[in-house]
Design a protein around this ligand. Sequence first.
Ligand code: BGC
Length: 381
Amino acid sequence: MSVILEFPAGFLWGTSLAAYQAEGGIENNWTDFAKKTGQKKFDAGRACDHYSRFKEDFDLAKYLHTNAHRFSIEWARIEPKEGQFDEDAIQHYLQVLGALKQRDIKPFVSLWHITLPAWFDQKGGWLNKQAPEIFQRFVKKIVQALGTHINFWIILNEPMVYVSSSYCKGAWPPGCRNFFKVIKVILNLIRAQRLAYQTIHQHIAHAQVGTALNAVYFDFPLACVADYFWNKFFLNQIKNYQDFIGVNYYSRISLSLKEGKKKRSDLGWEIFPEGIYHLLKEFQRYQKPIYVTENGLADAQDKNREEFIREHLLWIHKAIEDGVDVRGYFIWSLMDNFEWDKGYWPRFGLYEVDYKTMERIIRPSAEFFKEICRTSTLIIK
Ligand code: BGC
């Protein structure tokens, strides 16, 4: 007997992308770092050439019957020199928004997704005392130039992942390992969220503004400590400066003895769908609508993606039944793209990208996701 699970009316089904990972041709602190250190892997180069192929790519999103799409605006394109805004870049993103509208796909716009303009980085980036105000100036420009076309705003993407990768592990530019800097950057990101939130609302009263947090399900003795610092601390600081919570969920960290039984993605991350249920239930206490702004896996063979999507949606649906106000679900990612310091080998896409020809090839799991988006139901056989 099969079970039919319906999602609430108006539920948003989407895909996610970010500028540096997909657009190609961007110069920012990552390309600068590649030059400075001689480590070419930080330069995304042509990426997926999404900058010139966005219309065709949105046709692919439309084919999947998605009704929402998340993407980021590259700050380095909009403000290539301090205080000077590039009108062509603004026009480009206007066209991007227009192309989504034509296809009836709602934009979720991220204002900062990991990368920085080189000039800002040279001033210390998020360590600079004035960083929140400098970011606010950029946000104001976007609000004035594009704001009437955007309803859903994501100010920051995964602040905790950023500080840990850039200032703790030193794996991302600026390649630092310094505890004091970690604190400084977090405090500035909190202030940046608050200022940006106010700026957006000053101009667009009805805007829906949030931030996308990387939520990890910790499952070991004293997990509550890790859970507090990783999942809740930032959220607590910005709880009055957001209209919804964006949750990016990928994995669990556990100390389970059944190591051999764990399913993992190509990146070695444990696949643990149930984790999203517990996290959503926890986030219910903030009494804000929740969007799952990223969920997905690196799976070049597309062996586990269908099951991954099905199982995660099953647990999300259970959370909704239990009263959690989840309003949308976005897959990371529409297509394969640049996976930060790992480069191009991890394959997160519903569409495979042939980087030589730039051809996009649909994966079988995308056809499965398409049916869910088309019917807004999940059928469990
Ligand atoms: C980030 C994406 C990244 C994805 C997979 C998230 O941490 O927002 O930029 O590609 O997860 O690692």
